[in-house]
Write a protein that binds this ligand. Structure first.
Ligand SMILES: NC(=O)c1ccc[n+]([C@@H]2O[C@H](COP(=O)([O-])OP(=O)(O)OC[C@H]3O[C@@H](n4cnc5c(N)ncnc54)[C@H](OP(=O)(O)O)[C@@H]3O)[C@@H](O)[C@H]2O)c1
Length: 323
């Protein structure tokens, strides 16, 4: 089969679409014939060698939608021919093997491209807002990088939770697109002080929940934007990891949570379960909508990496796979 592989860390040319053996499902796994695969910021770091724990060689890709093609031993609840989607390492390929418990049945209302736009971004946002921050109606939520794949999912989730939502971006055109999904207040953090805007827009209250994903570049503004007893959930550091902050956040009783959906002990039992029970029906009914920026053939993965670096996308870049 064909798959995108990295043998040595590096730039775009470190990736090659090459012939590799078709994988066989281990016990508990299924093999999926991939129809579409989502693109994530983390993959650019995996390719360049700055993603912690990434070893070489490896196959690129972190999520997909497709059709179950073979079952390993001890798999229950799935059959050959089922249309599924989920997180899967090595998913920029014609086939991928993945633990059956990591998959969801694809809502009938969604195309493979739409379903492939969900797993990493939406599960990260769901884990942050539903599991970690326990958002509730009326919360004031501040989402950093609201145009990102995770951020645009968080926007829809927070609005569905009944929250008032502010979001940040480095470009006004991305903020304008977020307004189409119900963003209540839009802050361009390159030329505005997020904290001043947030406090002004909430009558001095601040953010009950702050989703931190940029890190070093904007952390001070995010801390200053938080309300009494506000909860910060940190899941990314696109703008640098060395954050310096004053412990006077204690006088406002601010809670600082960090998270990874790959390692959180709450992810499988809580986030996967509540996402299946509560979010999937909302995708089926059209209340929640996967956000696709552009769909490219999988052969154009290098262009997708360039687009992530250009930072102009809104939502998810999706790759389609010909079989
Ligand atoms: N903890 C977890 O379990 C988990 C899971 C999935 C993703 N994540 C993290 O969530 C974040 C978003 O991922 P994603 O796939 O949604 O990203 P994405 O769609 O590629 O969007 C990333 C956005 O981050 C903003 N950004 C700010 N500073 C940046 C910089 N120096 N370089 C590049 N981008 C910068 C950019 O938006 P603006 O220019 O508008 O600011 C950019 O478009 C990443 O940090 C990722 O690692 C964490």
């Amino acid at each position: 089969m064909k798959a995108w592989q990295v043998k040595e860390f590096g730039g775009l040319d470190a990736m090659s679409y090459t012939d590799v053996p078709k994988p066989e499902p281990a016990p508990g796994e299924v093999r999926v014939r991939v129809r579409a695969s989502g693109m994530n910021f983390a993959e650019t770091r995996m390719r360049s060698g700055t993603y912690s724990g990434q070893e070489i060689p490896f196959l690129l890709g972190m999520e997909m939608a497709g059709v179950v093609d073979a079952l390993g031993a001890d798999v229950t609840g799935l059959a050959v021919g089922d249309e599924v989607f989920g997180r899967a390492r090595g998913a920029h390929a014609q086939f991928v093997c993945v633990e059956a418990t990591h998959l969801f049945k694809k809502p009938r209302a969604l195309s493979f491209e739409q379903a492939a736009a969900i797993p990493v971004g939406w599960l990260t946002a769901w884990h942050a807002l539903r599991t970690v921050a326990a958002g509730k109606p009326g919360d004031r939520v501040l989402i950093e990088a609201v145009a990102s794949s995770v951020g645009s999912a968080a926007l829809q989730i927070a609005k569905h939770q009944g929250c008032w939502v502010a979001g940040t971006a480095s470009r006004d055109d991305k903020l304008a697109r977020a307004a189409e999904y119900g963003l209540d207040a839009a802050y361009n953090y390159k030329r505005e002080n997020i904290a001043e805007r947030m406090l002004a827009d909430t009558d001095g209250h601040g953010a009950d929940i702050g989703l931190m994903t940029i890190g070093e570049e904007t952390a001070t503004m995010l801390f200053d934007a938080m309300a009494m007893c506000g909860r910060i959930v940190m899941y990314g550091s696109t703008g640098g990891r060395q954050v310096c902050f004053s412990l006077n956040i204690g006088t406002r009783n601010i809670e600082l949570h960090s998270m990874s959906i790959s390692t959180s002990p709450r992810f499988m039992p809580e986030t996967m379960r509540t996402f299946a029970d509560e979010a999937l029906p909302l995708f089926e009914s059209g209340v929640l909508r996967p956000v696709l920026d552009v769909v490219l053939p999988i052969e154009e993965l290098k262009r997708a990496h360039e687009m992530i670096d250009e930072r102009t996308h809104f939502g998810k870049i999706v790759l389609t796979v010909d079989q």
